[in-house]
Design a protein around this ligand. Structure first.
Ligand code: K7E
Ligand code: CUA
Length: 660
């Protein structure tokens, strides 16, 4: 670790030695003069060379961290190596994606589970990825992500980085406060967003207070099955405030979840009738409500059957929540957005977009306020409001537009400042004294970012043991940072080095993101992940993560006709499919099974059929089954769509559909 003073005193020689060390790893050394010349010719400063040395990844070397970023409107997840900020792959989730063969023969059933009333929703607005946790620490096994537009949650298996399940929330129409997991991934939390009558029912906006409701859904996760267990999931009904970001308690706050809200005013807009628009009505009050929910108690209430089935889903109603002491509110200033639980679980940090402070609540004080009923009143629905002063620990003035907070290992907290376009570093007070050079609850420094930062992500920065080292600012605008590819500009992920303490927090890399508007990302130590590079056996079905007894095997390739159904058992290996001729009659149903019988790493084959909208990606060992009706007579050359070998172009065959 280099302190700020060291960097300040850095000489050219030191910088260049670092740069050369990184740039010439394993090859003959260049002279210092060469690097100096390059730096001069390109106008690079000391800081530029240092940043390059910190982020440059020599060929063949691997990144220390892996970042899982939401893909925004792309409906995907991006996997990015850090600190090099190289995009390693996208993971198709809510949106069909041809390279991965997602939704073009395989994955349709998973995608269809996210349909509403049989109507396809084939895009997603992914917001908040959540890595599975064990004892509050990332365990590298699963990844969850929400879709804000249609209130869906997806499960991704980190053995093969593929989406295994999509669940559609039967109550809320859109979601935002998710996904977040409880410390042992018992539940995946999906907070709602805009209050509505549930299940897309109709009610005029004049009946907002009576008929519109908020919610939080507790999706039970079954690790063994690798699926959300819908049968054992439940929701809590909440007042029609717009529940926003949420976080799960841990350690000192284990058993609780926290949800922000905006629109405790219950404003209903109406700009066209000269009523205050939402943006004004929703921000009228000085405070909104932080929701504090005892989920362990709620689970007991659910298991005791004290629920109402609404839209076929078990719901703990507001009245039950109040009677059982599951739900409390407390005021939070002003137009709140992020709520983030500190590593030890003792403090809950809330940012109000229109308040220059972050507000820090003490879990200990919350617990004693609940026990001693220190209420300042009740809301319109009878929910007790914990007295603000009784639960407040501190407020720290950081700047304009604070949004989201992450944590370091050393008592530092980091908060994004949207309006300032900056990231603030500040110190947690209380029990974090030792090793913290600054006094308690103090702003330390701010680093400008470009521009309009939303979330930030620190390495394991929302776990019980943050790693520090790196922070990424997920910037909404990039304005002048890159070549403008037309008026739709990329977002900018800016990497910030947070290894030094105090005021030193330089931006060391800009990564353009030109695929959707990502929001949040989680960053895990790469060695916690243990993905397969080939599937464990030949004939592996990624959906069940087991060997498929029906998978075609070498030397057992065949075509079988059973009435109007034609079953194809095909293998793929460099550089042919077997069989190569498939002749059927118009109107036949085709059940086509293909196994990639390769065992070599990266020996992927595609399988594409023209006019039938089929494209598969078959990774080594993988088997797939596609079914379709040969409703279009003709001659269709199918081919392998991955450049797999020198004779890849020859890896093809003919589907011949004879007219009736
Ligand atoms: Cu963009 Cu998390 Cu949807 Cu804040 S959210 S910025
Ligand atoms: Cu197999 Cu190209």
């Amino acid at each position: 670790m280099s302190g700020p003073a060291t960097i300040g005193r850095c000489t050219w020689a030191l910088l260049l030695a670092i740069a050369i060390g990184a740039a010439t790893h394993g090859t003959h050394a260049q002279s210092i003069t060469d690097v100096q010349n390059v730096a001069k010719a390109r106008g690079l400063t000391n800081a530029d060379l240092l940043a390059a040395a910190k982020t440059f990844m020599p060929s063949g070397q691997k990144d220390e961290y892996i970042m899982f970023s939401s893909g925004g409107h792309s409906g995907q997840v991006f996997v990015i190596g850090m600190p090099s900020m190289r995009l390693l792959r996208s993971i198709a989730v809510f949106t069909p994606e041809p390279w991965q063969g997602w939704g073009y023969g395989v994955g349709e059933e998973v995608l269809a589970a996210g349909d509403v009333a049989g109507k396809p929703n084939r895009w997603g607005d992914t917001h908040h990825p959540a890595l599975s946790e064990t004892k509050g620490d990332y365990d590298g096994q699963w990844l969850f992500i929400n879709d804000k537009i249609n209130a869906r949650v997806a499960v991704i298996d980190l053995r093969d980085f593929e989406t295994k399940q999509i669940v559609k929330n039967p109550l809320t129409i859109s979601d935002h406060g998710g996904t977040f997991v409880t410390p042992d991934t018992e539940y995946v939390i999906e907070g709602g967003q805009y209050a509505t009558p549930w299940g897309a029912d109709y009610a005029p906006i004049s009946e907002y207070k009576e008929k519109y409701r908020g919610s939080v859904t507790m999706w039970k996760f079954n690790r063994k099955k690798g699926r959300i267990d819908i049968e054992n999931s439940f929701a809590l009904q909440l007042p029609p405030y717009w529940q926003d970001l949420s976080d799960a308690g841990k350690l000192a706050s284990d058993g609780y979840i926290f949800l922000n809200s905006l629109n405790s005013e219950m404003a209903t807009g109406g700009i066209q009738d000269k009523k205050p628009p939402f943006e004004a009505g929703v921000s009228r009050n000085a405070t909104d409500y932080l929701h504090i929910i005892d989920w362990k108690k709620a689970e007991k209430v659910f298991k005791a059957g004290k629920v109402e089935k609404i839209k076929g889903f078990p719901v703990i109603t507001l009245d039950t929540s109040i009677a059982e002491g599951l739900l409390y509110l407390t005021p939070e200033p002003r137009s709140p957005h992020g709520v983030d639980v500190a590593p030890r679980g003792d403090f809950i940090v809330v940012s109000g977009k229109l308040d220059p402070h972050v507000t820090i609540y003490s879990m200990q004080k919350i617990k004693s306020a609940i026990a001693s009923k220190k209420f300042s009143g009740k809301d319109d629905f009878g929910v007790p409001i914990l007295d603000f002063d009784a639960v407040l620990e501190a407020q720290v003035e950081l700047g304009l537009g604070p949004l989201h907070t992450q944590f370091g290992p050393d008592g530092y907290a980091y908060t994004s400042l949207f309006l300032d376009s900056a990231v603030a570093r500040w110190t947690l007070g209380g029990t974090y004294g030792s090793g913290t050079p600054e006094p308690d609850w103090t702003l330390v420094t701010k680093t400008p970012v470009h521009y309009n930062v939303g979330h930030i992500g620190c390495a394991e920065g929302d776990t019980v043991s943050p790693d520090g080292k790196y922070l990424v600012a997920f910037n909404k605008w990039s304005v002048d940072r890159f070549f403008p590819p037309g008026p739709l500009l990329p977002q900018n992920f800016q990497l910030i080095d947070i290894t030094a303490s105090g005021a030193t927090m330089p931006v060391i890399y800009d990564m353009p993101i030109g695929v959707g508007e990502p929001h949040y990302a989680q960053i895990i130590k790469a060695d916690k992940l243990n993905p397969w590079t080939v599937y464990p056996g030949i004939g592996w079905d990624p959906h069940t993560q087991s060997l498929d007894p029906w998978a075609p095997k070498a030397k057992m390739e065949r075509i079988e006709r059973k009435g109007d159904t034609v079953e194809v058992y095909m293998t793929a290996i460099r550089s042919h499919f077997n069989p190569e001729h498939i002749t059927v009659k118009e109107g036949d149903k085709i059940v086509w099974r293909i196994t990639n019988i390769e065992r070599a790493i990266d020996a992927v084959h595609g399988f594409a059929v023209p006019q039938y909208n089929i494209n598969l990606s078959l990774e080594p060992g993988e088997t797939a089954k596609i079914e379709f009706v040969a409703d279009r007579p003709g001659t269709f050359p199918f081919y392998c769509s991955e450049f797999c070998s020198a004779l890849h172009l020859e890896m093809m065959g003919y589907l011949m559909v004879e007219p009736r």
